[in-house]
Design a protein around this ligand. Sequence first.
Ligand code: AHM
Ligand code: MG
Length: 336
Amino acid sequence: MKLPQTLGEYIIENQKDFPYASGELSQLLSSIRIAAKVVNREINKAGLVDILGQAGNENVQGEDQMKLDVFADEVFIRALRARGEVCGVASEENEDYIAFDDPIHSTSKYVVLIDPLDGSSNIDVNVSIGTIFSIYRRVTDIGSPVTLEDFLQPGHQQVAAGYVVYGSSTMIVYTTGNGVNGFTFDPGIGSFYLSHPNISIPESGKIYSINEGNYVHFPEGVKKYLKYVQELDPETHRPYSSRYIGSLVSDFHRNMLKGGIYIYPRGTKAPNGKLRLLYECNPLAFIAEQANGKASDGTQRIMDLQPTELHQRVPYFIGSRKMVEEAERFLKEHGE
Ligand code: AHM
Ligand code: MG
């Protein structure tokens, strides 16, 4: 019997396929894996210990920050700082990036952008949440202090990206630009095992995910698209099913495995949508494209957008390629 492969074994085995195979990216991914285990352990206890509730402060977007957000943020940053591969981190929870400018990071070449705990309003009600990460090579000189320019790179420059979903099982799904693989955590043993090799998003599907409560604020193209997906047409399997958890990682993960589209459009209430280009949209776009799916802002490829600020928001359409293209056609015809 062949033993299942652990994430640690997989990272080492695949290091040789990576163009800059110095082992640093493998080390970096190992840091993320360890931090994910620590965060997972705390999340699993969320209903037991007195950790729920507001931490009494807000994040930079003016939203409530919960205690586990703060905890996850600290754990990931500490894990990345503890080793020498990363010269700076930008987190959705912090207004500015953090430069690691001590001697052990003076030759580090990677920067990490992270949403340490996405969908955190779901924690109190025991619904799946996630961590999303994105890794780039710095563009400024190694040895000099990291700058904003190192973080404001378009998504197509990503070296690796992934997410952790803390769901009915905890999983890590990631890509280094060579396909997408998923690893499921065995809590008894404490290891992630390769459970979903070479993930591919069905080119079309029957699920649409959007917060329809915001319908009145949506652009005409999105409204028309929603009416279209709700029409009866057995040939194209319409009406589609509506599934919306309100936890991006979980909604994306389900649609990736089953086929579907996730939409967070612009609206009168949120002129550029809600989701952040650097912490949420680019990393999942990299995974989607590596799994034969598509990610767009309604007109352009997400990974071609040039970021102008760390916490920039963009409208988001991601999932099965044909479904995203279909939605884009509606925006083009009826307005975005
Ligand atoms: P967060 O980063 O503050 O947790 O917000 C992001 C979350 C996503 O996980 C989810 O898809 C979206 O917000 C849900 O927003 P809404 O409640 O407006 O539908
Ligand atoms: Mg988030």
